[in-house]
Design a protein around this ligand. Structure first.
Ligand SMILES: CC(C)(COP(=O)(O)OP(=O)(O)OC[C@H]1O[C@@H](n2cnc3c(N)ncnc32)[C@H](O)[C@@H]1OP(=O)(O)O)[C@@H](O)C(=O)NCCC(=O)NCCS
Length: 166
């Protein structure tokens, strides 16, 4: 069974490894490049992995199958009412299994507990699989479209979803 949980301080090397794998495997899916992230000091990963969900403005979530880390997601509270989801990734062999939904559920649940009323994220315009996935779980385009910094041939579309029960 795959465990989906908030990262802990001793997960920093695991978090670094799965994030670098995501950037290598799906370079066009993310604004950050592999080379940028590879250059981060260890302190960056330590800070990210040890964020306290109760007090921190950001969290990292891991999906762990036995001893293998197979996916991740991150969330940031942009202000007191808005959550942003970043860095969603599931290893290719584990796609289509529901892990992505479980990762999104735990990030959204964290945002709700911290008072967020709305969640936003960016998806690359030609990333059809991610686009279909986000549409399935209730995300809609806001109409905002921007190029990636430094890679103007890639376009990111902003999607949004309410976190308030209707
Ligand atoms: C985006 C991602 C996390 C989604 O996880 P996943 O396990 O692949 O998602 P799911 O299989 O649950 O859902 C994807 C949907 O797209 C469909 N799909 C599969 N391949 C597709 C393709 N080439 N084009 C369009 N849709 C596709 C699937 O059938 C599924 O739809 P369904 O539920 O109707 O069957 C995962 O694909 C991933 O890590 N991709 C690389 C990184 C990435 O793009 N991250 C998102 C950054 S915004």
């Amino acid at each position: 069974m795959v465990e989906i949980r908030h990262s802990r301080s001793d997960d920093w090397e695991v978090l670094k490894a799965i994030r670098l794998e995501a950037l290598r495997e799906s370079p066009d899916a993310f604004c950050t490049t592999y080379d940028e992230a590879f250059g981060y000091a260890d302190d960056v990963w330590i800070e990210r992995s040890s964020a306290d969900p109760g007090t921190s403005v950001s969290v990292s979530i891991l999906a762990i199958d036995a001893s293998e880390t197979v996916g991740m997601a991150a969330g940031i509270l942009c202000d007191e009412s808005q959550l942003e989801v970043l860095s969603l990734f599931v290893k290719p062999a584990h796609r289509g299994t529901g892990i992505a939904q479980d990762l999104m559920d735990i990030v959204e649940a964290w945002g709700r507990t911290r008072g967020a009323k709305r969640v936003v994220l960016d998806v690359e315009a030609e990333n059809d699989r991610a686009g279909v996935f986000y549409a399935h779980i209730g995300y809609q385009p806001t109409g905002k479209r921007e190029t990636y910094p430094g890679r103007v041939w890639l376009h990111r579309l902003e999607l949004e979803k309410s976190l308030v029960e209707s």
